[in-house]
Design a protein around this ligand. Structure first.
Ligand SMILES: Cc1cc2nc3c(=O)[nH]c(=O)nc-3n(C[C@H](O)[C@H](O)[C@H](O)COP(=O)(O)OP(=O)(O)OC[C@H]3O[C@@H](n4cnc5c(N)ncnc54)[C@H](O)[C@@H]3O)c2cc1C
Length: 407
């Protein structure tokens, strides 16, 4: 559709498009590009004054945009079938090919894919250039508040503006970081067509814990191996950074095991939820025990027993452990320190959403609604979430591209 024709549509007030897309995040932008490349007239309805705000903050501003291993196990069980069906049509190589084609050079680091500029703004820029080249219309400040089906779709904004389209793609994201635009308002739109929404909960999120250790060690980071223990069962495990904070625990290892914990607490109201931290992951328990024994033999002071193994602050805090030296007990306590989890830091600090539109209610391979012809979903609005490492953006790009394809 030419730019002139789009302008003409606006002038005569005929706000009718082949494809309307609600949400101009990662999924919505790529959906618009793939639809417009097939000559469809396309509009993105975006409630914020700018596109892709979440792309800009992703990967700490570097945008970890994909991963070299995009296989199913990295995604939630409920979403895996759908994820596989989408990646079978538009997978890892298609994602990198797509970005190369729009002008983005990338590199991989430990499997994680980044733009060579290390700037997420480069990713957004090349996407915006492609939207412009394809004359995609973007209606900023358009907050979709209602949709009606019938002969095509009518989307009504909060301010009462109406847009008609033959095909509708809902790509309004989940509920994390609402300040960036995705506030969960699109779940209600999906429900209008009878879709079920699996209760959304914040994931990749820091945990609240009431433990004097967190208070005393706030700001301190260590390398650790952590496990989530729910109702006495180990549900998840991760190695990485453990960060002590005034409110509880954070760091990459905690974010990586936060999914099961958040679902247990927020969705299933469970109270028996613990994090077990191995604070000395680089030593087997036996080796740690004999090293502690060696130190006792050298008459090392209780408050210096952990010097060189853990940051100095720990030695002081754990000195009670060595007043009546029992090296077995001390090693066990350091290798399995339990923290009772009270909750999570919530939507404002969660990188992703677990839950959303039931993945079983959209067609595998096309993402068309099983309940309403011509309606499609893409991105985080669906009950699909991956681990950290580029999996969520990879899903957003791929699902957007596939949803945009169908005519
Ligand atoms: C801090 C942070 C860091 C992250 N880092 C990474 C990373 O490095 N790698 C990775 O893979 N993933 C990362 N993610 C996750 C990733 O950014 C998201 O999964 C992805 O952006 C989701 O894309 P989306 O298009 O589905 O949704 P969004 O990006 O949330 O876009 C949805 C859009 O819809 C708009 N919208 C919502 N409701 C309406 C409405 N009613 N009407 C009109 N518009 C509406 C919103 O304003 C928004 O622009 C990170 C997330 C956060 C918060």
């Amino acid at each position: 559709m030419s730019h002139e024709l789009n302008v003409l549509r606006q002038v005569i007030g005929m706000l009718t498009y082949d494809t309307a897309i609600i949400g101009g995040g990662a999924a919505g932008i790529v959906a618009a590009i793939s639809a417009a490349r097939k000559s469809a007239s396309v509009i993105i309805c975006e409630r914020m004054p700018k596109l892709g705000k979440k792309i800009l903050v992703s990967g700490g501003g570097r945008c970890n945009l994909s991963n070299e291993a995009l296989d199913g196990p990295h995604y939630n069980r409920e979403g895996r079938g759908l994820v596989r069906s989408v990646f079978a049509r538009f997978g890892r190589d298609d994602i990198s090919g797509f970005f190369k084609e729009v002008g983005l050079e990338m590199y991989a680091e430990g499997g994680r894919v980044f733009p060579v500029t290390d700037q997420s703004s480069s990713v957004l820029k090349v996407l915006e250039m492609e939207l412009k080249r394809l004359s995609v219309t973007v209606d900023f400040g358009f907050e979709a508040a209602d949709i009606a089906g019938g002969d095509g779709f009518t989307v009504t904004s909060k301010a009462g503006k109406k847009i008609k389209s033959d095909k509708l793609i809902i790509a309004g994201g989940g509920k994390s970081y609402p300040a960036l635009g995705s506030d969960g308002s699109c779940y209600a739109l999906a429900k209008k067509f009878g879709h079920s929404v699996i209760e959304p909960v914040p994931v990749a999120v820091p945990l609240t814990v009431k433990d004097p250790l967190c208070h005393h060690l706030q700001g301190q980071k260590i390398a650790a191996r952590v496990k989530s223990i729910i109702d006495g069962n180990v549900e998840g495990e991760a190695a990485g950074e453990l960060l002590f904070a005034k409110y509880g625990l954070s760091g990459t290892a905690i974010l990586d095991i936060s999914d099961e914990i958040s679902i247990a607490i927020h969705r299933h109201n469970k109270g028996d939820v613990f994090v077990s931290a191995d604070m000395v992951p680089f030593m087997e328990k036996g080796a740690l025990e004999s090293e502690l024994g060696r130190r006792i033999g050298r008459k090392v002071q209780a408050e210096e027993m952990l010097a060189g193994i853990l940051p100095n602050k720990f030695s002081y805090l754990f000195r009670e452990m060595f007043k009546a030296p029992d090296t077995g007990k001390a090693a066990a306590a350091l290798k399995d320190r339990r923290f009772k989890v009270l909750g999570t830091r919530g939507w404002n600090e969660a990188e992703f959403t677990a839950g959303g539109v039931d993945a079983g209610e959209v067609e595998e391979g096309t993402l068309e609604s099983k309940l309403k012809e011509g309606l499609y979903f893409a991105g985080e609005i669906l009950d699909v979430h991956g681990g950290r490492g580029g999996y969520n953006l990879a899903w957003a790009w791929a699902s957007g591209f596939i949803a945009g394809l169908a005519e």
